[in-house]
Design a protein around this ligand. Structure first.
Ligand code: NPW
Ligand code: ADP
Length: 277
């Protein structure tokens, strides 16, 4: 299965093209995505991300966390795997192709340490929510270690915490300046979502719906990006394609949309992108 980003002349993201998987594909060749769980009673956001990563086509998805958090997940998920995140042992092996951290993680030293450890792995990391907020007072530590293939997905509030001097700029120049400063792909969420990379490349996704303004919707976007990265899509394209797919869920679902229901729309969204041979 291959995803192709398509941009219109004005750099707006168009419906991506999806080709059929090769006949001899297996789950490991579709990529293993890892999502870092929040602590007990805060596991919902990471679970949403994991469900989206699996539905968008990662071959395997594992939620990693402490035992009590995993017990909560076990009451909800089946196809998603669970693994204890033992501080002494690295949860990454050579088959893990992408990691997401931040949804429900908590603004704590544990989150900060986990982010810094994961960023040393050389695997693309998607940073969202608390994984960004936790660096509000020391953003330089984060910016020094991010790589060009990492992706951060701030909403406007999170963006202002990391880039206070850019918060009042227009979204496109703000995202471009942030990507240059942080040294990674920046996806700035909003009714129009801007994707920018450190080289000056940018795109804007306008295919969305206000019904997406619901708790957990951004966690789904994080999972979509992580699931595409696990399948080998490059980071800029993964962020832009995920923004379009996420928007299409909102357009298709309409009123009454909740983040719980969003993964169920992903097969329909992908079917719409599929190019028949
Ligand atoms: N099901 C679950 O388990 C869910 C768990 N979740 C988890 O909750 C944690 C907190 O995440 P969060 O996003 O709710 O709050 P956070 O960023 O700490 O501060 C919010 C403040 O920022 C400001 N603000 C400005 N612009 C904004 C904007 N565009 N969108 C939103 N806020 C904006 C605004 O301040 P104001 O402008 O009102 O002064 C607002 O009061 C995090 O771990 C997350 O993953 C959620 O994902 C939901 C589902
Ligand atoms: N008015 C809107 N129109 C279109 N999309 C929106 C609108 N409001 C929010 N969204 C989208 O919904 C998602 C909300 O993400 P976020 O604020 O991180 O929520 P959460 O933290 O609850 O998951 C983003 O992808 C954003 O682009």
């Amino acid at each position: 299965m291959t995803f192709h980003l398509r941009l219109a002349d004005d750099n707006s993201v168009a419906q991506p093209a999806l080709t059929m998987p090769e006949k001899d594909i297996h789950k490991y060749s579709r990529g293993h995505a890892l999502v870092v769980s929040g602590p007990v009673l805060k596991t919902g956001a990471s679970r949403l991300a994991a469900r989206a990563a699996l539905a968008v086509g990662a071959g395997l998805v594992t939620l990693v966390g402490d035992r009590s958090a995993l017990q909560e997940h076990a009451a909800h998920v089946t196809a998603i795997m669970l693994k204890e995140f033992d501080p002494g042992h690295d949860p990454l092996d050579e088959r893990v192709k992408a990691v997401a951290i931040g949804p429900g993680a908590g603004v704590t030293p544990v989150t900060q340490n986990n982010v810094l450890r994961l960023l040393q792995s050389g695997i693309p990391i998607v940073l969202d929510a608390d994984a960004l907020t936790v660096f509000a007072e020391n953003n330089h530590i984060l910016f020094n270690i991010l790589k060009s293939f990492d992706v951060m997905t701030p909403h406007k509030g999170e963006f202002a915490r990391l880039f206070p001097d850019l918060a009042d700029e227009e979204a496109i120049p703000a995202a471009l300046a942030a990507a240059r400063r942080a040294g990674c792909v920046v996806l700035l969420k909003g009714p129009h979502t801007v994707i920018a990379d450190p080289s000056g490349k940018w795109a804007v996704n306008k295919h969305a719906s206000p019904w997406l303004a619901t708790a957990g919707s951004g966690d789904i976007l994080t999972g979509l990006i992580c699931g595409l990265l696990a399948q080998g899509v490059n980071s800029f394209d993964a962020a832009a394609i995920a923004a379009w797919l996420h928007g299409d869920i909102g357009v298709r679902a309409g009123p009454g949309l909740t983040a719980d229901a969003m993964p169920e729309f992903i097969p329909l969204v992908l079917q719409g992108c599929l190019q028949e041979d």
